[in-house]
Design a protein around this ligand. Structure first.
Ligand code: TRP
Length: 344
């Protein structure tokens, strides 16, 4: 059968990405990921899942996990993913991810995983106490992507290394099992106006769910008053806004707020600066607060509406899982044959 596989990947383009159900989603996730998912779904067949298997690499309260999965699904829907267009599903509902991950555990080399900086960051000083799952996390991520033969993966900059590993695994699998074009070598899609949304308290740190200060981020579920208050409290400086982006060098907080404004309105940062040049933050912040409330407020409201009907979310996720399996199962069946495993 291997001679039927072309030398380079010749299958369809597919987009795939996922978000872990561990902690609240915020403006950075919205602008950096969710907006992109909603746009891409109309361009390329798109698979977006909730990464519950990745979440359990760190402890998750069993009684809460399904609720967390539903909340991410609600965020996907509230930010414009259409379950009739995109395939939306929980990772653990498609066992082909874990099956392929095992095979990939046997393809990836220890040396490759030893280089992964996210493991080092997350495991901290006591890596002997981290779960084995945390170590092999990027191998499961490669399986998530390649089980759908995805070609484009919208992710943040911090995931670039995991995408490199994914390409290494795909290349080695194709080589070792004499199947040159079997898996594509997927590319990360990291660009976009929301690529670098920083903390509202520190322009040098990315907006993050693990920041101890809730004022550092705008959560998708924050109400209008909270959003406005966080914008008002955002760290800035006393200088007026300049005319050119280049003149914001060294003013990370100012640059971040301009960037957020631009991303929320789908304009360039320079365009926003041109409008506000010469004005101070006393004038700019209320405008940003209004804009953030007008974009984020309805998303939070829609999430709350969806969360009130968990049965409907489950129906959407169940339907998505079925469609996902229809794509994933044939890949795993072919992998079984290529590897020489028992194919039944
Ligand atoms: N590791 C990703 C993150 O933390 C989440 C993720 C898991 C993912 N599997 C994936 C993203 C596959 C893209 C593709 O952001």
């Amino acid at each position: 059968m291997t001679d039927e596989i072309p030398a380079t990947y010749a299958g369809p383009q597919r987009v795939l990405s996922g978000v872990q159900p561990s902690g609240d989603l915020h403006l950075g996730n919205y602008l950096g990921a969710l907006v992109k998912f909603a746009r891409l779904q109309h361009e390329v067949p798109t698979f977006i899942f909730v990464a519950d298997l990745h979440a359990i690499t760190a402890w998750q309260e069993p009684a809460k996990l399904k609720g967390q999965v539903r909340e991410i699904a609600a965020a996907y829907l509230a930010t414009g993913l259409d379950p009739k267009v995109a395939t939306i599903f929980p990772q653990s509902a498609v066992p082909e991810h874990t099956e392929l991950a095992w095979v990939f555990n046997c393809v990836a080399r220890l040396g490759w995983l030893d280089r992964m900086t996210q493991f080092k960051d997350k495991a901290g000083k006591h890596k002997e106490r981290a779960s084995v799952g945390l170590y092999t996390y990027p191998v499961l991520q490669a399986a998530d992507i390649l089980v759908y033969k995805a070609t484009q993966v919208p992710v943040g900059d911090d995931q670039k290394q995991h995408l490199e590993l994914t390409r290494d695994i795909a290349g080695k699998f194709n080589h070792d099992f004499a199947a040159p074009g079997f898996f594509p070598l997927p590319e990360p899609l990291t660009q976009g106006p929301g690529a670098r949304i920083m903390s509202l308290r520190d322009g040098a740190a990315k907006m993050s769910k693990s920041d101890p200060s809730d004022n550092s981020r705008i959560n998708l579920t924050d109400d209008a008053e909270t959003i406005a208050q966080k914008v008002r409290k955002a760290r800035t400086d006393a200088d007026p806004l300049p005319e050119l982006i280049a003149d914001l060098a060294g003013r990370a907080e100012a640059l971040n707020l301009i960037g957020i404004y631009a991303a929320l309105e789908g304009r360039t940062a320079q365009d926003v600066l041109t409008e506000y040049a010469g004005q101070g933050f006393g004038a700019f912040k209320p405008r940003l607060a209004d804009l953030a409330v007008s974009v984020m407020g309805p998303i939070g409201a829609e999430m709350r509406r969806l969360m009130a009907d968990p049965a409907e979310i489950d129906r959407i996720l169940g339907d998505g899982a079925e469609r996902a399996r229809a794509v994933a199962a044939p890949t795993v069946a072919e992998v079984r044959k290529l590897v020489g495993l028992w194919a039944g």
